[in-house]
Design a protein around this ligand. Structure first.
Ligand SMILES: [Zn+2]
Length: 94
């Protein structure tokens, strides 16, 4: 059993996805974060929001894609997400 974080476990439960079908994407320390739906840049390479970004159970989503998806946290332009757990967990340090 792999040690996936809780937000991935939730998506697995909601959509009945087995471990072998999970594709975990980690990115480099100085890379930007994009909307999981449309790839718009939301977080710059320093971990600062460049536009409103919503953290949801299904990933990081921009204002154009959020629709009725439940948001857990909204980050406004200029907010730092650098110390957020999801941000740190997404960095590939291998
Ligand atoms: Zn989007």
């Amino acid at each position: 059993m792999k040690n996936y974080p809780e937000h991935i476990r939730k998506v697995q439960r909601d959509f009945d996805i087995p471990d072998e079908d999970v594709i975990e994407v980690k990115i480099g320390e100085e890379e930007v974060r994009v909307c999981d739906y449309c790839n718009t840049v939301l977080i710059d390479e320093k971990g600062t929001a460049v536009q409103t970004a919503y953290l949801t159970d299904y990933g990081l989503i921009c204002g154009g894609c959020i629709g009725t998806t439940k948001q857990n946290i909204a980050y406004l332009e200029g907010d730092s997400v650098f110390h957020e757990r999801w941000y740190q967990e997404g960095i590939d340090r291998d």
